[in-house]
Write a protein that binds this ligand. Structure first.
Ligand SMILES: Cc1cc2nc3c(=O)[nH]c(=O)nc-3n(C[C@H](O)[C@H](O)[C@H](O)COP(=O)(O)OP(=O)(O)OC[C@H]3O[C@@H](n4cnc5c(N)ncnc54)[C@H](O)[C@@H]3O)c2cc1C
Length: 600
């Protein structure tokens, strides 16, 4: 964490790969407090009463509708829950804000507008604005008087955002920057009052600016015709000799990349949380439909094929939820620790999110991919009705797909995971060497590292510990080859993706294990059987996926003479006992069917 001056004590970003966590200390969604449950209820009621009944009108982009809904949300005090009180916010903490994002999720287009306004729209000012800029804009963004958008992408620069061609030149008087260029795919553009725009000063100094609506030469394209989230405004932005006062420069000249990337960490996390809310909603309607719909004189929910789908939707949703709130807690505790050590509000928020860039990318990937899986299977459970525009599933199916593309595509996010780990390792912030040596010793000498587990969940703890060893084995060898000039890792994206997917499995598996352990210990009111079924089915499947990713990596970059050693190491570490996954999934599905809704 380059910009932080404070030594942190909580598990640092990516450290889950090399350190164990205590399940008793992990926040789990079973333990929301009263205030959090009240906020959840308020948001849920808002979505059910103020959004869902007018979905068709929103989808037709009826003018003023989304902004008016943002205004209602603001009147409930919900646009400033992540902002400090001095600007009118209520600073409710990262976990509560995650819950808000989750509850907004099922609203589709509104959720996209809300996330853009409160995330990539407001955060650049909080993180990098001057005191004057914060005082001028944040209170009005919190009350909804101003709506925000964020203009990074251009026709020729999407993933390669820093290659933007828009330019900014200081005028002769030194009073204004003159901006020229074109931005593309800008969410909220149709109604936004304030645009964070990135442009190159003097041709190559990537810099942020705050542009108010109505400036001469600042115009918008028509609404884009999109596959989904049709109710969210998305337009091009054109700038022709737009005069922007120098006081609206955001941050430092040439430091726009810091704004762009730091804002994206939280943007990615928020997107994942919203996807989670979508998963739960779609699972609810899938369960209800499967119970009601009869074929062959039976509810389709009684068929094994459908039970499999419901159970798998639930397993993936549960895992995503667990990982999401674990990350929220890490960020929240880091914020608190930074603040206690003297960092101001904005710095503690920005640095904490930056610290957990790896985890934020994981949440973005699993949220978006779980939602795509859940809606796809929902279409299948609904059969022909899933393909009808009359039902809610078709819209969810179309809306879901964007999440793997924006806030950094999932390919880019997988690269971020690996590049951040390698960067932190190089800087000495993530010690991969010590566990690397231990794993090497264990494989060569047969010594055992990491202790043996003895509790009820010893097989699961061993499995998670072994997933970590597999990654360390691969990462260590890749790093060694890279340092010796034998492997140019950057250009070996397939291998990076293999490793990123193993890292995601580790985070998911460990988080899920800890949640189930904590439920078993702290929540005797809960029937632990279906939770155990979720955990063991996930680990059974994860063992297969880790084996596949690791085998691909070994075949791709380990020299043939060393491959047998690596494959035998892999076999040594993949030994989670076979599970009766059919019975497990039936238990999970039966629990869902009995509850009539998602109930974990
Ligand atoms: C509905 C919608 C709303 C949006 N809202 C906003 C907004 O509010 N503000 C904003 O600034 N932008 C916004 N975007 C833009 C969005 O962030 C970009 O579309 C996204 O970053 C991908 O860029 P691209 O479309 O140019 O695709 P490209 O970058 O051209 O990517 C095409 C494909 O190539 C892959 N690829 C590209 N580079 C690499 C690489 N180095 N390694 C491996 N694979 C690679 C990508 O993963 C992808 O699969 C929005 C987009 C959409 C569709």
């Amino acid at each position: 964490m380059s910009s932080s001056i404070i030594e942190k004590k909580v598990l640092k970003g990516g450290e889950f790969l090399i350190k164990d966590s205590l399940h008793q200390e992990m926040f789990i969604p079973e333990e929301f407090n009263e205030e959090q449950l009240m906020v959840k209820e308020t948001v849920r009621t808002f979505v059910e009463q103020d959004i869902m009944p007018i979905t068709d009108r929103i989808e037709k982009l009826e003018e003023g509708l989304i902004p008016s809904r943002l205004d209602i949300f603001a009147s409930l005090g919900l646009l400033g829950t992540h902002m400090p009180e001095e600007y009118g916010g209520s600073h409710l903490g990262y976990i509560t804000n995650t819950l808000i994002g989750e509850e907004v999720g099922p609203s589709g287009s509104f959720s996209v507008s809300y996330n853009a306004h409160t995330g990539i729209g407001m955060l650049p000012i909080l993180y990098y604005g001057t005191e004057d800029q914060k005082r001028k804009y944040l209170p009005k963004l919190i009350t909804g008087e101003l709506k925000a958008s964020y203009c990074l992408t251009e026709p020729s620069s999407g993933s390669d955002a820093l290659a933007a061609k828009s330019t900014a030149v200081l005028n002769a008087e030194g009073t204004h920057y003159i901006l020229n260029g074109q931005k593309m795919w800008i969410t909220n553009a149709g109604f936004a009052d304030l645009f964070t725009v990135f442009a190159q000063v003097d041709g190559n100094k990537f810099t942020g600016f705050l542009l108010e609506k109505g400036l001469e030469g600042f115009t918008l394209g028509a609404e884009e015709k999109k596959l989904g989230i049709k109710g969210s405004s998305t337009r091009q932005v054109f700038m022709e000799n737009v005069k922007v006062p120098v006081e609206n420069l955001l941050g430092e000249i040439g430091k726009g990349h810091l704004i762009a990337f730091n804002v994206l960490n939280t943007g990615r996390f928020k997107l994942g949380a919203s996807c989670l809310g979508g998963c739960k909603k779609i699972l609810d309607v899938s369960i209800k439909y499967a119970i009601e719909r009869e074929q062959f004189k039976k509810p389709i929910a009684s068929f094994g094929a459908i039970k499999y789908k419901l159970a798998e939707q639930a397993i993936r949703t549960f895992v995503t939820e667990t990982a999401t709130y674990r990350t929220a807690q890490l960020i929240q505790e880091s914020e608190e620790e930074l603040a206690a050590a003297g960092a101001d509000f904005a710095t503690s928020k920005r640095d904490a999110a930056e610290e957990y860039a790896i985890e934020c990318s994981i949440i973005k990937i699993i949220g978006s991919e779980t939602l795509d899986y859940v809606v796809d299977e929902a279409v299948q459970i609904y059969g022909g009705m899933g393909y009808s525009e009359e039902g809610a599933i078709a819209r969810a199916y179309r809306d879901s797909r964007i999440n793997r593309i924006f806030e950094g595509t999932n390919e880019i996010n997988r690269m971020v995971i690996l590049s951040t780990i390698l960067k932190n390792a190089m800087k000495g912030e993530l010690d991969l060497m010590t566990p690397g040596m231990e794993v090497q010793n264990e494989l060569i000498n047969g010594s055992t590292t990491g202790g043996t587990f003895t509790g009820d969940y010893r097989a699961e703890e061993t499995a998670v510990s072994n997933f970590k060893k597999i990654l360390i084995m691969l990462l260590g060898s890749a790093a060694q080859q890279a340092m010796g000039g034998k492997l140019d890792l950057k250009s070996e994206q397939e291998i990076l993706i293999n490793m990123a997917d193993i890292i995601i499995e580790i985070f998911n598996a460990e988080s899920t294990l800890m949640r189930v352990q904590k439920i078993a210990e702290n929540h005797p009111d809960k029937n632990i059987i279906p939770y155990n079924a979720i955990l063991s089915t996930y680990l059974h499947d994860a063992s297969g996926r880790v084996t596949k990713q690791a085998t691909d990596a070994i075949a791709s970059f380990i020299s043939p003479d060393l491959q047998p050693g690596f494959i035998s190491g892999l076999r040594k570490y993949i030994k989670y006992p076979l599970q009766n996954v059919k019975e497990n999934r039936r238990k999970i599905a039966d629990t869902l069917i009995e509850a009539g809704e998602y109930c974990f």
